[in-house]
Each structure stands twice: as C-alpha cells, then as structure tokens.
Design a protein around this ligand. Structure first.
Ligand SMILES: [Zn+2]
Length: 69
C-alpha cells in the first residue's frame, strides 16, 4: 500500500489560520501552522486578549454597577 499524492521532496502546506496564506507545515517553518512570525504573534495576542475578556466577564462583580458619568 502506497499513500496517494506522496511525492518525495514535496512540502505539505496548510492554510495559515490567521491570513489564509499557504504556510509550510515543515520543521523548517518555526511558525507553523502560521505562515510567518507576524501571523503567529497576532493570533497569540488575540488569544490572550480573548482569554482576558472571558476571565473578566466570568468574574462576579455585583458592586460594579456604577456607570461612569
Ligand atoms: Zn499568515
């Protein structure tokens, strides 16, 4: 049994989760599955921000109803 579409030397690429550009899914791409450092940093930054917002939203704060005026 030989796996289909397996050419030697061909590098598998995956769509960058950030920008959709083809990213080399190979050991020499240290930013995989992202296409570049920039995309990885941006995505991790968004993740951190999202986690922070979720954590804040889940914190019960009954005495914080004073709207800034
Ligand atoms: Zn990208």
């Amino acid at each position: 049994m030989t796996p289909p579409a397996s050419s030697a030397g061909a590098v598998r690429t995956v769509p960058c989760p950030r920008c959709g550009a083809p990213a080399r899914f190979a050991p020499d791409n240290r930013w995989r599955p992202f296409c570049s450092e920039r995309c990885k940093v941006i995505d991790l930054g968004a993740w951190a921000a999202e986690r922070y917002r979720v954590a804040v939203a889940e914190t019960p704060d009954p005495g914080h109803d004073t709207a800034a005026d």
